[in-house]
Design a protein around this ligand. Structure first.
Ligand code: XMP
Length: 327
């Protein structure tokens, strides 16, 4: 039943009409799979899980229980925004869980990227299991897995937390209605479902969040530097009309320090790397070149406002050979 292979005959969804027939098919498939039971959804607030939420709301309404877990690796202001959009505006059945300390304590001292991903993925499942136990009759776990996640996991490039078997003892079956779609198709489907454009065209954000942008062992101070510099970057992209144009942009604060000087005194602080890329299907990406004045302004703001940073670097590497994220 769980076919992870996209049939060669499946057309790329580019039009409203194709999206509508995909939605009709999926609504029926979900209703058939779920029956009158309940589904727990990992609602991160990203495009994929938002589209899955909208599909499920259409298919099964209040049988969907959305859970937004704050794993401490979210962007600045993000949990607040998810609550506002889904609970207040979309009237969804939303549970908010603040599990930041729990995740960060488990991740302390762990530097291997795959191990970090697995810890985050496993802890996610535990949190969901706990939430499920508080609910009557949850039988399914819905996820916003998309096709590139499946391909790259199969090829062993990286283990995405949202792909792979759940422990046997959890009686959850998966509901993954967009798992055969590429990112651009998910957006077309989201639009056809009537989601706001701001949500459908929001830049993607990985499940392990800022954790993969804080390479090596995560510390709270370096994580804060990633979060603050990311907020500055997003604010400046918004102000300069780049937010809807550039596909993905973020900062990374690697785990090494270099010498600098501030107010006549030696500093020994981290660099902050800016990455801004464009793509349609995330298999290949190109680098966005920013105007010099914007770069200068970003450098100035990050150095002035983010504690622990004494250099700002720009990543000019396409994919391949580099992946989008650093881990
Ligand atoms: P990479 O780094 O694989 O990124 O070139 C491709 C796209 O996938 C996102 N990404 C992830 N998304 N869980 C996710 O849900 C992950 O572990 C993960 N790793 C990368 C990345 O942000 C980019 O958009």
């Amino acid at each position: 039943m769980d076919n992870n292979h996209r049939p060669d005959s499946m057309e790329r969804i580019t039009t409203q009409q194709q999206a509508v027939s995909f939605i009709d098919e999926q609504v029926q498939a979900i209703q058939k799979q779920v029956g009158d039971r309940k589904v727990l959804l990992a609602l991160s607030g990203g495009v994929d899980s938002s589209v899955v939420a909208a599909l499920l709301i259409k298919a099964i309404g209040k049988q969907l229980v959305c859970v937004h877990v704050n794993h401490g690796l979210l962007r600045k202001g993000e949990p607040e925004q998810v609550i506002k959009v889904f609970r207040d505006e979309m009237n969804a059945n939303l549970i908010y869980v603040d599990a930041a300390d729990r995740f960060l304590d488990l991740l302390a001292g762990v530097s291997d990227p795959e191990q970090k991903r697995h810890i985050i993925g496993e802890e996610f499942i535990k949190v969901f299991a706990e939430e499920a136990a508080k609910q009557e009759g949850i039988a399914f776990l819905a996820q916003g897995t998309i096709y590139p996640d499946i391909l790259e996991s199969e090829q062993g490039i990286k283990a995405h937390h949202n792909v792979g078997g759940l422990p046997e003892e959890l009686n959850f079956e998966l509901v993954e209605p967009v798992k055969l779609l590429y990112k651009d198709e998910v957006r077309v489907v989201g639009e056809a479902l009537g989601l706001p454009a701001g949500m459908v065209y929001r830049q993607p954000f990985p499940g392990p969040g800022l954790g993969v942008r804080c390479p090596g062992a995560i510390t709270r101070d370096r994580l804060e530097a990633v979060r603050e510099s990311d907020a500055i970057l997003r604010e400046e992209f918004e102000k300069n009309g780049l937010a809807g144009k550039v596909w993905q942009y973020f900062t990374v604060v690697p785990d090494f320090k270099s010498t600098g000087v501030k107010n006549g005194k030696r500093t020994f602080d981290w660099p902050c790397i800016i990455r801004a890329i464009n793509t349609t299907d995330v298999m290949e990406v190109t680098v966005e070149h920013l105007p010099d004045e914007l770069i200068d302004h970003l450098v100035q703001r990050i150095l002035a406002e983010v504690p622990g940073i004494n250099r700002v670097l720009y990543d000019f590497t396409p994919k391949p050979p580099a992946t989008v994220e650093y881990e």
